[in-house]
Design a protein around this ligand. Structure first.
Ligand code: ZN
Length: 288
C-alpha cells in the first residue's frame, strides 16, 4: 500500500509529464473505483491544461485551467504508468518506449498534447478519483479534517504535544490518526518510533513533552529519506517501464521480526505485535 513517500514519488514522476500539458484525450473505462467517478469525468478532463500537480496527504491534486482539481488516491494497489512522449521534456526523456499494450485493470488513461500517456491501473480498485472546484479542495469530504502535512510548518513540536496531551490510545494509533498528522502509515510510523526509542504500545498521553517534541524531526527525517530514495528510483533506468512510485528502501524495524536491533549498543531483537489489525515492528529493549 503506497504511503506518503511513494505518493510523493508518483507526483514527482508525473509532474514533468503533466504540468503545463493539455489533456488531449481522457478515457474512463469503468464507472467507478472505490466510489463512482464524477459525472462526465472524461469530458471534464478532455481539453483541460494541468497548471500544477501537488500533493495533500496521500492525495495527488491536479489543478486544471478549468477551475477544477482532479483528486487522485492510489488506494491499495493503484499504479501510475507513464509512456510515450516527445523529446526535450527533462525526465520524460527516460520514457521513450511506445505505449504498452492495454491491460485489464487500466481504468483511466490520459493522453497529453505532448504525446505522453498516463495510465492509472488498479487491480483491487480501492483507488479513487474525483473532480471538485479548486477553491473547494480543502473542504472536499476526502480532505477536510486531515491534519497538518508532516513536512510542513504546521506540523511542529507544539502541535504534536497538544495533540498527544491526555490521549489514552497507543502512540502508534495516535500517529496513524490522519487528523493529528497527514499521510503517515504503518511502515513509517514503525520506523519513526524505533528511531525515537518510543514503544508503539505506550499511550500517547504518557510520553514526556521532550520525547514527543523529538519525534517531530525524526518523522520528518524518516519521510525525507524515503522520498530521497524514491527520487533516486525516478532517475534509475530500472524504472524505465514507466511505472512510478514503487522503490527499494531499507527499513530498520519494519519487516525485521526476529532480527537483531540496529540501534547502536542495543542487544535487543525486533518483535512484531498486531495493533488494531496492523503489525507493529519494534525493539522492546530500546523502545520504551
Ligand atoms: Zn533495540
Amino acid at each position: 500500500m503506497p504511503e506518503l513517500p511513494e505518493v510523493e514519488t508518483v507526483r514527482r514522476g508525473l509532474a514533468p509529464v503533466l504540468e503545463g500539458a493539455r489533456i488531449a484525450r481522457a478515457r474512463v473505462n469503468r464507472p467507478d473505483l472505490r466510489w463512482p467517478f464524477p459525472d462526465r469525468m472524461a469530458e471534464r478532463l478532455t481539453g483541460a491544461r494541468v497548471d500544477r500537480l501537488r500533493r495533500r496527504s496521500k492525495y495527488i491534486l491536479a489543478d486544471l485551467d478549468t477551475g477544477e482539481t482532479l483528486i487522485v488516491h492510489l488506494g491499495m494497489s493503484g499504479r501510475m504508468i507513464v509512456s510515450g512522449g516527445g523529446e526535450g521534456r527533462d525526465m520524460l526523456a527516460q520514457f521513450h518506449h511506445l505505449h504498452p499494450a492495454p491491460e485489464k485493470h487500466d481504468h483511466v488513461i490520459l493522453d497529453t498534447d505532448a504525446g505522453a500517456r498516463v495510465t492509472f491501473n488498479d487491480a483491487r480498485r480501492f483507488g479513487a478519483m474525483d473532480l471538485c472546484a479548486t477553491d473547494a479542495v480543502e473542504r472536499h469530504k476526502l480532505i477536510a479534517g486531515i491534519g497538518p502535512e508532516p513536512l510542513g510548518n504546521a506540523f511542529n513540536e507544539a502541535h504534536l504535544i497538544a495533540a498527544f496531551r491526555g490521549k489514552r490510545t497507543p502512540v502508534k494509533a495516535a500517529l496513524l490518526d490522519q487528523g493529528i498528522v497527514a499521510g503517515l502509515g504503518n511502515i513509517y510510523v514503525c520506523e519513526a518510533l524505533h528511531r525515537a526509542g518510543i514503544s508503539p504500545l505506550r499511550h500517547a498521553g504518557r510520553i514526556g513533552a521532550a520525547r514527543v517534541a523529538a519525534l517531530v524531526p525524526i518523522i520528518r527525517a524518516v519521510l525525507a529519506e524515503a522520498i530521497e530514495a524514491g527520487g533516486s528510483s525516478l532517475r534509475d533506468y530500472r524504472q524505465a517501464d514507466g511505472e512510478l512510485g514503487y522503490f527499494q528502501h531499507s527499513f530498520r524495524a519494519y519487516g525485521r521480526e526476529g532480527e537483531p536491533c540496529q540501534t547502536p549498543d542495543c542487544q535487543g531483537t525486533i518483535h512484531r505485535k498486531v495493533q488494531s489489525g496492523r503489525s507493529s515492528f519494534y525493539c522492546p529493549a530500546c523502545q520504551r
